[in-house]
Design a protein around this ligand. Sequence first.
Ligand code: ADE
Length: 418
Amino acid sequence: MSDIKDVSLARQGESRINWALKEMPVISNLMQQFTDDRPLQGVRISACLHITTETANLARTLKAAGADLVLCASNPLSTQDDVAAALVEKYHIPVFAIRGESTEIYYQHIQAALDHQPVMTMDDGADLVSEMHKTRIELLDNMLGGTEETTTGVIRLRAMADDNALKFPVMAVNDAMTKHLFDNRYGTGQSVLDGIIRATNILLAGKTFTIVGYGWCGRGVAMRAEGHGAHVIICEVDPIRALEATMDGYRVMPLLEAARQSDFIVTVTGDKHIVDKAHLEVMKDGCILANAGHFNVEINIPTLESLCIKKSQPRQYVEEYTLKDGRTICLLANGRLVNLAAAEGHPSAVMDMSFANQVMCAIYLHQNHGQLTNSVHNVPAEVDQQIAQHKLSAMGLKIDQLSDEQQHYLSSWQEGTS
Ligand code: ADE
């Protein structure tokens, strides 16, 4: 059983999935290795992820490892329908995901994935775990654990654990170094710019480009926007991050001030109503708003709707709102993740490491069944190191090693000034 858009798209999907695999050497090696070892033999996994070419290669790897896997979308607008078709038709992995599905269908698809009676979840944003705890508590007893891909999901799960509501262990894949330093920074940096450019085709050079949130994702977006010649402004609530942004060379100011002068505003905070009525009221005429945070709550869209007298769609993924005073404001991709809705998400080369962490964590949960507390766990440092080492080798790079003398020096306290 599956629910996808059009199975006839499978050939195109398969071709793109194989193209992506060429940039995913770590996943590719694991896929080959697991075909013999089958470390997840018979493990029922429900995964709620963006259905992209990279996710397809993760799914193939889990299947090669013996997992009994179903997939549903982690965002209504990120599914690549040809990939969903290929997963079903070519790789025989059930998928419940249709690009542009309503919120109602989105949750029906999550329920369909839970009907698989998973013993393990793989989440991007924690919707699967949250729905299971709210509506399918009969499944909780059999759970080995779950993995979580993204910052927002890890924050939600930590809140559940703090409330003693989390009923199985979850691995915070997002927090692995080989995940957030690359995926969140370089992946978001490239894919958000890609999404904005594909959606608008507007020159960024010379424009004022505001980024709200200077976490790993915000840093990546700022770096790449600057690379395009934009004048970058950073808005932050954390004084340390704000200082970092200043010393990285960006202008820092409150959003209310930035809104008056920005040609683009991108939210990357993980929080709600970041762009709110007060900002919309003073916003520069023609400003383009995009969201790169997990949920579509960062821009207060209901308020934008209420302030507007006319709405049009000049291009796919661009909605132009005309306000009562004549100003226009453009919203990209309905305020959903602009990089996955208007482009194809992060490039394969970074997802390679993120998804290698997913696979290794699934195996870790399986091997440590019954030994982990019902809380959010870090990816073991050895796993992180191994993935980095594999990636370096695949890139043809060698690094130095400490000599015995240097190793000894680092672990001794006697030697000082000489
Ligand atoms: N999240 C961001 N980019 C992604 C991609 N290419 N595939 C799956 N999840 C993603």
